[in-house]
Design a protein around this ligand. Structure first.
Ligand code: PMV
Length: 317
């Protein structure tokens, strides 16, 4: 292998699921937005001897990485194997601004940035199919039975309407308002929550099927509201979706408190986002001052961090 004189760099961003999480595992639609305010950069340089990872989660020789980095190590090995290259002799630095295990797509984004950096380092041509294949290796280890929504959204810059097993569709978003994302500060439990929804199916199939199906209908109504630039209706739909997610047992006290706080501060709608049982919630505001007010109240009510995103035409540059 020819080593590069310059370090190879791969980047990706986080994501927010606007609506449809969990139901998307059961072939219902979901809508996800790229979360451009938080991203991850992986930088790879040559070194002698064993490969070394430098990250907020672990810093040391790759053989000594903890089990929580198993998805990272397996993705690295799979990409190197596919090139017939050794995964030794690499210095891999991970700089991530995406909080881990908060339903913001951290694991998929790190995998995406790693795969892009490896393709660049080994000077290979990447395409969407290969990127999807290698991120899926990481996501299957991290989440068990991923729908593929995180895998798809972390590598694109436009909102996506997604049904498992089908080609994601880009969605044009231009709404007169702002999205607030708030972190409970608690680790989300996507794998457990996804398993528990599966258990609900076993226990009461008809009821759970009905709930998932009506959640799917809500997502399609959300898509129409987005197409009609109707943020008020979208807000009502998001609040209803939180009710569905609560019935699916994936909310918790902290998420409910933040959702209630946002709504009592006049948010147009609010819900948990992602796997649930911790992680993040989202709320809609009619203007930036309103978004700042909601954000302040969320921090007051216990949120550890908030982000405000313009839902105007910034997604469609
Ligand atoms: O990674 P998270 O916490 O955003 O959860 C992903 C969304 C789920 O629908 C809960 C799971 C999946 O694979 O789609």
């Amino acid at each position: 292998m020819e080593t590069l004189s310059k370090p190879a760099v791969g980047k990706a961003h986080g994501k927010v699921i606007l609506i449809g999480e969990h139901a998307v595992v059961y072939q219902m639609p979901a809508i996800a937005l790229p979360f451009l305010a938080a991203d991850v950069t992986v930088t790879i340089k040559p070194k002698t001897g064993d490969s070394f990872v430098d990250s907020a989660y672990f810093t040391g020789r790759i053989q000594e990485a903890p089990a929580t980095l198993y998805n990272f190590v397996e993705t690295l090995n799979a990409v190197c194997d596919s090139f017939d290259e050794t995964s030794k002799g690499l210095y891999i630095k991970v700089d991530s601004q995406i909080p881990a295990e908060r339903g913001m797509g951290s694991s998929a984004a790190i995998a995406c940035a790693l795969v892009r950096a490896l393709f660049s380092y080994f000077d290979r041509e990447i395409n969407d199919e290969l990127l999807y294949k290698f991120i899926s290796i990481s996501e299957t280890i991290a989440h068990g039975n991923p729908s593929g929504i995180d895998t798809n959204i972390v590598s694109v810059d436009t909102p996506l309407y997604y049904i498992k097993g089908t080609e994601p569709k880009s969605l044009s978003l231009n709404l007169p308002g702002f999205l607030i994302t708030a972190d409970t500060g608690l680790k989300g439990q996507t794998k457990e929550a996804v398993n528990d929804v599966g258990e609900l199916f076993k226990k009461s199939r008809t009821k759970t099927e009905g709930l998932i199906h009506s959640f799917g209908q809500l997502t399609n109504k959300a898509k129409s509201a987005i197409e009609n630039h109707d943020i008020q209706t979208l807000g009502d739909i998001l609040t209803k979706a939180h009710g569905h997610l609560t019935q699916l047992t994936v909310s918790n006290r902290e998420l409910d408190t933040l959702v209630q706080t946002a709504l009592s501060t006049g948010a147009l709608g609010a819900k948990l986002t992602g796997g649930g049982r911790g992680g993040c919630m989202i709320a809609l505001a009619k203007n930036v001052d309103h978004a700042k007010e909601i954000s302040r109240e969320l921090l007051e009510a216990g949120a550890k961090e908030t982000w405000i995103h313009n839902l105007g035409d910034s997604y469609n540059d």
